[in-house]
Each structure stands twice: as C-alpha cells, then as structure tokens.
Write a protein that binds this ligand. Structure first.
Ligand code: F6R
Length: 244
C-alpha cells in the first residue's frame, strides 16, 4: 500500500486528480471504476478543469460505477446516474455510451447483477478503481459482514449507511434501503485501486483498513490483499493511524 497523507481535502483532491489524469494520458481508453459520495467531488472538479484546459480528454475513456440505489431512475436527483452526469459526464467529452452504472430500475435484480459482471469482463476489467470509505469501513456498498467472495450483488444497506446518506434526501424515509454494488471480488479484480479518505469521522475506519486484521467486519481491510493500492487521505482521517 502506498499512503499519501495530505494537509486537507483540497490537497487530497489535487493529488487524486493528478494520479487519475496521468493514467488517462498513459491509456486514453482506460477503464475507470468510479465512486460517488462527497469525497471524490473535489477530484472530479479538478479533472473537469484539466479537461477544460486541454490537459486530458475523456473521448475514449470508459467508466463503470461501483453502485446505484435500487428503485431510483437515471433522472432522480438522488441517483448515482444523476450525480455522475451532473458532476462529470456532462462537463467533459466522454461518450455516454461508454459510461456504465447498475440499473436501479431493473426488474430482475439477479439478472442485473450477472449482466454487470459480464459487462466488467467484456470491458477487459477495471484499470483503476476509485473508492471512498464508509464510516463503518464499507467500500462500494459492501457493508460489514459481506462475504469477500461476493461479486455484483443487491445489498440491504446498513442502518448507519442509511443515516449517513440521509443528508442528501428530504427525509430519512426517502433513503432507499437497498442498492446494487460491485462486490469485493469485483473490486479486487481492478488492476489498480485508489482509496480516498477525508475527515475525522473516517479516522477509525481508516486505521482499521490499514493496520487492523483483514476481516469481513471491516470490508476495506481486504485492500491489504491487493497488490496495487494507493491511499490518499487528509490529516484528520490519518489521525488514528497510530492507534490500531
Ligand atoms: C459511493 C460508494 C460509497 C462511498 C462511501 C463514502 O459510490 O461506493 O462506498 O464511497 O460511502 O461516502 P462519502 O464520500 O460521501 O463519505
């Protein structure tokens, strides 16, 4: 694991965007695994700036997102489809037919999960997977207790995740209770992994991910088993690294 401790959120976003931009330059048709949530927003903003200044192009880039809420359509403003369009896709020259997320409106969840795994394979696997970290140690929506062997699957969200995500919804009852998520096996299949972690509320989870035992109770701890992981965190998130 390569670990970069940056001063603050801005510095984390900058380093992450540089790393991603360099990978796009090295492989213009790269397959990027994308995360949503608050953490990567700064990185996406800087990537858009790099596109606007002519430093990078997304013309041939292919993307697969980690997850999507079940029951939300592409146009729902809380869906991850909507987030990706707003924050990145509509602002760069990406070909939308090269962007993929699980279909939250799929009629048959099992078929949808199998189709998503087939898609990952047909793209030749993920070159660089970007991840955020849940306060409970989740990656994607792989909640504590999820078997490492899982591929893309339908998840019952943990109560703590529903509460953490309620800030985006009018009220907590509107937060979907289920989501599609790539599994740990799908994530570990990526050639390179970039984990972004900021804020004190993630400090304990990050300490467990880096220094704790590899356990399904802390899904992110499985990253210790991957051969090419880069973690970029701020000082607040790194504040408990000495404690586990
Ligand atoms: C989002 C995702 C989640 C988030 C995590 C952290 O696609 O897969 O695992 O990365 O919940 O979310 P934020 O960044 O909002 O703290």
């Amino acid at each position: 694991m390569k670990i970069y401790k940056e001063r603050d959120y801005e510095a984390v976003s900058k380093r992450a965007a540089s790393l991603v931009a360099n990978q796009i330059k090295a492989k213009p048709d790269i397959v990027l695994g994308l995360a949503t949530g608050t953490t990567p927003i700064g990185m996406y903003k800087i990537l858009v700036e790099k596109y606007n200044s002519g430093e990078i192009s997304f013309k041939k880039v292919r993307t697969v997102n980690l997850d999507e809420y079940r029951g939300l359509s592409d146009t729902d403003k809380n869906s991850y489809h909507y987030y990706m369009n707003e924050i990145l896709f509509s602002k760069v020259d990406i070909d939308l037919s090269n962007t993929f997320l699980p279909n939250g409106m799929a009629k048959d969840p099992e078929k949808e999960c199998q189709a998503y795994e087939r898609l990952l394979r047909s793209l030749g696997g993920i070159d660089l997977q970007i991840l955020g970290l849940g306060e409970n140690g989740h990656i994607g929506f792989n909640e504590p207790g999820t078997a490492f062997i899982e591929k893309t699957h339908l998840v019952d969200l943990a109560e703590s995740t529903i509460h953490a995500n309620a800030r985006f919804f009018e009220n907590i009852d509107e937060v979907p209770k289920q989501a599609y998520s790539m599994g740990i096996t799908s994530i570990l299949g990526a050639k390179q992994i970039l984990l972004l972690v900021t804020g004190e509320s993630k400090a304990e989870a990050l300490a467990k991910v880096i220094n704790g035992p590899v356990t399904e109770e802390v899904p992110g701890s499985v990253l210790q088993r991957h051969w090419d992981v880069t973690i970029i965190c701020d000082q607040a998130a790194a504040s408990k690294l000495g404690e586990v």
